[in-house]
Design a protein around this ligand. Sequence first.
Ligand code: A3P
Length: 315
Amino acid sequence: AVPMARDPKEEFGDLIAALPRKEKFILVGRRLYKGFWLLEPYAPGILAFQRRFTPRPDDVVLTSYPKCGTTWLKALVFAAMARDAYPPDAADHPLRRLNPHACIPFMEDIFTKRQEAKLDGLPSPRLVHTHTPYALLPDTVTTGDGCKVVYICRDPKDMVVSMYHYLRRLHPDLSLADTFHSVLDGTVLYGPMWDHVLGYWHASIARPDRVLFLKYEDLLRNTGEHLRKLAEFMGRPFSAAEEAAGTVESVVELCSFDNMKNLDVNKTGAIERKYHSVAHDAFFRKGVTGDWVNHMSSRLDEIFHDKLRGTGLMD
Ligand code: A3P
């Protein structure tokens, strides 16, 4: 068993209690910290991460706004970095028996559960993930040599639709309109999303050797090309021999939406977070770009239909 770290709820409780608060959205309240709305139950863990995490120079911190392709990024990065120990074609590859979220620790969860000693035991290069905005990352990550940071963003309209379907699992009464408005007013899940995206965008321009900025849409269009970029950025470029052997294509195939979605491990089971559990299959819905068209235009049609019904205008 790992030794428990100091309880961040005790350590940061007073600081958090003094922050502006918004009532529950879905399951939890939100607190405004330095311009970002944090999920209340994770706020202590985020502060502990910010103040206690010591990166190693070859760490890779994966970052994202929720529902922008985190699961896919985790799979690609894990498969690329572990490819010597686990060739992507291997029948016993960890990604064939574990959900990608089980392969890469989520900092909010680790620090909230006071399990950060686990991180010390991980072999280098360590791969970790957080949704924390760039401005709230530990100074040890964002200054000096820090470590590598990879961010993935996505068309916000598709993010909203993805979030709607995801959150509806936790709260079946949720409407698309409520999800949409919570994103618009910036108060949901580490929002505002535009500041989240911009923080990483500016950092990727200022520190291109340390921060890599990816777009879900680009990744879908040409996964191999971006996987090569990722591997190079992380200091593990694909060799000529690997290129000749088709290793890039094998990683892309292993991590593809169709492959991942249809694995038994991703069709069953759930991730147990400290405050809720999420079914593995909730992370694999459609995996396309532009799905917002199927929701937003039809929703607008619905509203107009309702409002104009019986007026004769629609006939
Ligand atoms: P949709 O709901 O639009 O299908 P996150 O991983 O950040 O929670 O984001 C989830 C979104 O990424 C979902 O989008 C999900 O289907 C998509 N996704 C998950 N795995 C993927 C993969 N291997 N390839 C492409 N998209 C994937």
